[in-house]
Design a protein around this ligand. Sequence first.
Ligand code: AMP
Length: 150
Amino acid sequence: MSPLDEHCVFCKILSGQIPAAKVYEDEETLAFLDIAPFNFGHTLIIPKRHCHGLSDMPQESRDALFRAASLLAPVVLRVTGAAGFNLLMNNGQAAGQEVPHAHLHIIPRFMDDPVLLHAPQKQYSGEEMAQLQEKIRCRLAARQESQEQK
Ligand code: AMP
């Protein structure tokens, strides 16, 4: 079975059906320039197998994606003269994901750039923070236990 999805725009880049400004490739990943960059040099890194995001990505792809990001980010920074970068991954439509093929953004940033996320920040009231902390820790422990039993 092909690891690609015929309807996915990033899979079409992988198969060569549509062009991209490729900057890096290894066995598991491909990186190319974003067609509508926040800043010039904005780079996307994708796994070579179709998956939607972090949750359904095979471990090898996950490792390879972050390895490629570690390699590419300093180079993008150097070449663009940026002072910093955002490493961003949108997971799901609610988080702003437009292309449903997992990808990391490397976005070069300059000191006077506008902030990327404009949403106002919230404040916990009373016990809310402690309750949420406990829920996450319990769910994580249960998940780890069930994975150990497999
Ligand atoms: P996201 O909102 O995280 O899904 O980001 C998808 C990104 O893919 C956007 O920044 C788009 O500009 C970019 N994009 C979509 N199609 C292409 C393409 N054919 N080549 C390069 N970048 C693309």
